[in-house]
Design a protein. Structure first.
Length: 165
């Protein structure tokens, strides 16, 4: 008998499930010690008065099997919003059921429904999912390089803004 697969929007009641999936993703990426999110933060940031993110969860026979966490970005050149996929993850036991493709297809549907003209995500260079993304139509933008500032560097840069006020 085939497994029952459902994908639905996450609710505030799903915060413990989301956090467990985020921790599973961090373990997969060998960075479990870097997860700082907790249930209170996820609840406030995702389900408060001004949500910073949304998420969808995939279930196999009622068991949480994967998720995608996303938010809107904006293209100045296109003049329209897009969806940025911060995380996409499928538990190892659930792989091979096309859940990643189903999650991305649902995100594409949401993007089109909302008038978004693109869907963006970043992938670690070593992640074997890169071949999957390319197979379903995503393309690597090798002319764009990711940059980030965080922690003390972010604090120091923000301190330079004091003279702007």
């Amino acid at each position: 008998m085939d497994a029952s697969i459902t994908i639905r929007p996450a609710t505030a009641d799903d915060v413990p499930t989301l956090l467990a999936l985020i921790r599973a993703l961090a373990t997969y990426e060998k960075a479990e010690d870097r997860v700082q999110a907790d249930e209170a933060t996820l609840r406030a940031e995702g389900f408060g008065p001004r949500p910073a993110f949304e998420a969808i969860i995939a279930f196999v026979d009622g068991r949480p099997a994967g998720f995608a966490l996303y938010f809107h970005n904006f293209s100045t050149w296109v003049g329209r919003r897009g969806l940025y996929v911060e995380d996409l993850f499928v538990e190892e036991w659930a792989r091979g059921r096309r859940l990643g493709e189903r999650l991305l297809a649902e995100l594409a549907r949401i993007a089109i429904e909302r008038g978004c003209r693109r869907l963006d995500l970043s992938v670690l260079s070593w992640n074997p999912a890169r071949a999957f993304y390319e197979r379903i139509g995503l393309r690597h933008l090798d002319e764009w390089l990711p940059y980030r500032i965080e922690g003390e560097g972010l604090d120091a840069l923000a301190g330079r803004a004091a003279g702007n006020r």
